[in-house]
Design a protein around this ligand. Sequence first.
Ligand code: ATP
Ligand code: MG
Length: 235
Amino acid sequence: AYWPASGEVRVENLSARYSADGPKVLKNVSFTIKSGERIGVVGRTGSGKSSLTLSLLRCILTEGNVYYDSLETSKINLDALRSSITIIPQVPELLSGTLRQNLDPFDQYDDALLNGALRAAGLFSLQEQSDEDGGKLSLDSAISSGGSNLSVGQRQILALARAIVRGSKLLILDEATSAIDYKTDSIIQSSLRNELKGDVTLITVAHRLQTIMDADKIMVLDAGEVLEFDSPKAL
Ligand code: ATP
Ligand code: MG
């Protein structure tokens, strides 16, 4: 639970594919992200942004090395890896059950802490904070299979609350595209700015340039390769 101690990420010659005989969707990518840095990832559709986020957790087939805090990920138990790092996918899938069960699957935290995380993540600042039946969202709200009774934006905010509860040192956000409205997007961005502590490393796949204007560095992906990786000013 105490790993990783910091959020440094070092990637060396990382290639990835979705099946053994499929094409490489990432091609020999190398970069280092320092602990606490805020990184924006951009690139046209199909350039490999989501594939990169999946590769960092070894959810697809990879070659090359990924180090967290100088620990090589292939030497880390996958469960430990995936519980120490939070990835918020473009369309989060939730478990059927209650909102509380999704936020705290092992029933470890009290309501005050969980509600605090939901507030911090911005769930209650959404105007449309109700579920499909019009009820106000609360820890006891029912979640249907996959999370289909919540909007994609609400699901991302819930996943963000989960990251806050877990105290993840590395957070990877793959922003929803057309499915998310500007208001939800800005709630998520301000939650990230206000709630994440300075030592949390944040990788945001962004579709609006405005989202990542204050990033420390911006990575431009093109056809599975890193085209640029520099401060927004230098680009
Ligand atoms: P977007 O901006 O649309 O989210 P992206 O930059 O995230 O695009 P990826 O989803 O990483 O792009 O796709 C990179 C390549 O991998 C594309 O050629 C895509 O077709 C392929 N790909 C993505 N998901 C799969 C999958 N589940 N199986 C096989 N190929 C996939
Ligand atoms: Mg994507």
